[in-house]
Design a protein around this ligand. Sequence first.
Ligand SMILES: Nc1nc2c(ncn2[C@H]2C[C@H](O)[C@@H](COP(=O)(O)OP(=O)(O)OP(=O)(O)O)O2)c(=O)[nH]1
Length: 201
Amino acid sequence: MTEPRRLILASASPIRATMLRQCGVEPEIVPARVDEAALKAGMVAESAKPRDIADALAEMKARKISQKHPEAVVIGADQVLVQGDRLFDKAETIQEAAEILRTLRNSAHTLLSAAVAYEGGEPVWRHIGQVQLVMRDFSDDFLADYITRHGDGLLATVGCYKLEEDGPALFSRVQGDYFTILGLPLLEVLAFLRTRRIATS
Ligand SMILES: Nc1nc2c(ncn2[C@H]2C[C@H](O)[C@@H](COP(=O)(O)OP(=O)(O)OP(=O)(O)O)O2)c(=O)[nH]1
């Protein structure tokens, strides 16, 4: 029996690691410390499509770690939130988070979660999951209570919500893959990992 391949998740995201572990996959966690803001700003300035930005950020993280660990399978990931032609960044303050939630209220937005796999410093697989979400027209009282309850937790995700917690209370409709909302096109990643005998067929 040959040794299963080494899998590295080039992400600091707790939920990405949890989703894989719940499916019996034990990735090593090696976050890629890259300047996402610089790449994102450059691509936005060139009017790049949001899906290309998510893909490029995921690829940048996977490539950096694969160059250090060429023998491993490395997965990089990134999630972007788009409303109309506006690309959102994570809030840096609770005030910014409140502003994002007010902007997303009573409207549709899209989450794009890209995953890119590298081996030997080269890209070998990629997938972008896309989900449409419609936030309901929640009251100012609801928003104030939501912000008070979550505090700095609002800064952890680009949409200031966690769907496995009380995030659903914000929405009137969600169309797409639950895992993509959490940050990883999990079903597609698992299918790829089975080709590398890292997940069990
Ligand atoms: N627990 C939870 N996390 C979510 C949800 N939606 C988005 N996220 C997280 C997944 C990612 O950790 C984060 C998306 O931001 P990024 O794609 O930039 O990843 P992050 O900065 O966390 O780590 P990385 O850049 O991969 O090292 O938001 C959700 O519904 N629940």
